[in-house]
Design a protein around this ligand. Structure first.
Ligand code: MD3
Ligand code: FE
Length: 196
């Protein structure tokens, strides 16, 4: 379910809080299990953060870069995620993790499924900020051709039910300049990892 512009009124505040998280847990380019370096830079906040290295993808309570817990999930993020989930029929969504992805021009995310979470009944709520992206949205089978959607600043998408295990990705980010974020796109994804 696409909530166009849902976060537009809160963008300045969300960005401020994102910058505070990034100051405590800096963005970094994770290694994939296959030995590549991701073009997208990531960090996390919440009880668990998403990590990737030669051993695989997983959620971890400590930031491997600092050995410290990830920054707490800010109350304003929790409110926003809960509110978007409730709007689309998910009454008690309590995310434990917010993955923050930063794209600069050329950065992309190859087609993948999100299945490192144990609770696949919970949706994933995503929020896009900054430069627009071409988002690829396939089905649960990699073979099916993906649909393309343009996601712009302030858009929130709630991915639940049959779309939860859909293959998805992001095309290389086109160059541009965004009034608030400059030459980048930031995507937040709110996730329930453990079964509540
Ligand atoms: C559809 N991020 O972090 S957000 C990711 O724009 C990720 O940074 C993209 O895919 C980004 O894993 C896409 C939209 C999204 C997130 C999770 C999904 C779509 C999804 C999970 C299942 C299906
Ligand atoms: Fe994903």
């Amino acid at each position: 379910m696409l909530l166009r512009g849902f976060a537009c009124g809160a963008d300045v505040e969300v960005l401020q809080v994102v910058e505070a998280v990034m100051a405590a847990a800096p963005l970094r380019h994770m290694q994939t299990p296959g030995g590549y370096t991701m073009s997208v830079a990531t960090t996390s906040c919440g009880a668990l953060g998403w990590v990737s290295d030669a051993r695989g993808y997983r959620y971890a309570a400590l930031d491997p870069r600092s050995g410290q817990p990830w920054p707490a999930l800010p109350a304003s993020f929790l409110d926003l995620a809960r509110c978007a989930a409730a709007r689309t029929g998910y009454a008690d969504f309590t995310p434990e993790s917010c993955l923050i992805n930063e794209y600069v021009p050329g950065a992309k995310l190859s087609l993948h499924q999100d299945k490192d979470e144990k609770d696949l009944s919970a949706p994933i709520v995503s929020l896009s900020l900054g430069l627009p992206a071409v988002f690829l949205f396939g089905s649960a089978s990699r073979k099916d051709r993906a649909q393309r959607y343009r996601l712009v600043h302030g858009d929130v998408v709630v991915w639940g039910g049959p779309s939860r295990l859909a293959y998805h990705g992001v095309m290389p980010l086109a160059d541009g300049e965004h009034a608030l974020l400059g030459r980048r796109r930031i995507n937040l994804t709110f996730r329930r990892v453990r079964v509540a």
